[in-house]
Design a protein. Structure first.
Length: 246
C-alpha cells in the first residue's frame, strides 16, 4: 500500500472494471494483468499481488494472545471448532487477505470487519475480489460493519475486543486521508486502548517502520511493543506494529 503506483510490466494490460463516487471520493477497481488494484482518489491503495503482511497482521495478534493469555477468550460467538474464541476487529476490508486469513482460523470467535466504502464491500460480495476473501463474508462468525472506523471506535457504548487489527491508509507516518491521522495520535491510541479487553492486542499495518509510533504506543500505556518486518521487492519493508493493553 503506497501512495504511488508500484512498478509494473509496461506490457501488462490495465482494465478499469468499476469506478464509483462515494462520500469519501472516488474509488476504482482495476485489473492489471492477473492482479486487481484498488485506487482511491487517484492514489494506489492495495493490490492482490502479495498478502504476506496482511496475513501477518492477523497471525501476530493471535500468537500474542496465546503467548500472554490476554483477552477474555469469550468475547465472540462459537467459533468454527465449536468453541468460543477471542474476538477480533479488523479495520479495513481491502482486497480481503486479512479477513480470509482470520476466517480460515477456527480459534477466532467473533470476527468484525469495518469498511467504509460500499463499493469495496460490493466487489467482494458480487465482484472479482470475492475470490480473495474466499467466502469469508458468509462465515457465521463474521460481521461486516459498513461504517467509518474512527466513528465506530469513538462510540462511547462500543464493545471491547480481544484483538484490534488495523490496516488503515499507509500507516502512522504516511496517511493519504487527512482524517486518518487522528487514529495514530494520542487521542486515537487512547480510544484503541479502551476498545481492547485487558491484555488485548493491537496490531497495526504500516508501509514503513516508525520508531515514533512505537514510542507513542508506550506513552499511551501499551506494553510489549514490537515491530515485525515483511521484506518487499523494492524499498523499505512493510511492517506490523504489535502492542498489548497492559
Amino acid at each position: 500500500m503506497t501512495t504511488a503506483l508500484p512498478e509494473r510490466d509496461d506490457h501488462e494490460d490495465v482494465v478499469t472494471l468499476d469506478r464509483r463516487e462515494g462520500p469519501f471520493g472516488e474509488v476504482v477497481l482495476r485489473r492489471r494483468g492477473r492482479h486487481y488494484e484498488i485506487i482511491a482518489n487517484g492514489c494506489f491503495l492495495m493490490d492482490t499481488a502479495d498478502g504476506r503482511s496482511e496475513r501477518l497482521l492477523i497471525q501476530a495478534a493471535l500468537d500474542e494472545l496465546e503467548r500472554t493469555g490476554g483477552g477474555t477468550g469469550g468475547g465472540g460467538v462459537a467459533g468454527a471448532s465449536g468453541t468460543s474464541g477471542p474476538s477480533v476487529l479488523i479495520g479495513g476490508l481491502g482486497v480481503g487477505f486479512s479477513l480470509a486469513y482470520a476466517a480460515a482460523e477456527p480459534r477466532w470467535g467473533r470476527i468484525a470487519i469495518v469498511e467504509r466504502e460500499s463499493a469495496i464491500i460490493d466487489w467482494h460480495r458480487n465482484g472479482p475480489l470475492g475470490a480473495f476473501s474466499g467466502g469469508a463474508l458468509d462465515d457465521e462468525r463474521v460481521e461486516v460493519l459498513h461504517t467509518d472506523l474512527l466513528e465506530y471506535l469513538a462510540a462511547t457504548d462500543g464493545e471491547r475486543y480481544d484483538a484490534l487489527c488495523l490496516d488503515i491508509d499507509n500507516g502512522p507516518d504516511w496517511t493519504v486521508t487527512e482524517s486518518n491521522d487522528g487514529l495514530y495520535g494520542a487521542d486515537g491510541l487512547a480510544v484503541l486502548w479502551h476498545r481492547l479487553q485487558p491484555g488485548g492486542v493491537l496490531a497495526v499495518w504500516s508501509a514503513q517502520p516508525s520508531t515514533a509510533f512505537e514510542e507513542a504506543l508506550r506513552v499511551a500505556g501499551f506494553a510489549d511493543v514490537v515491530t515485525h518486518e515483511v521484506p518487499v521487492s523494492r524499498g523499505v519493508p512493510d511492517v506490523v506494529h504489535l502492542a498489548r493493553r497492559g
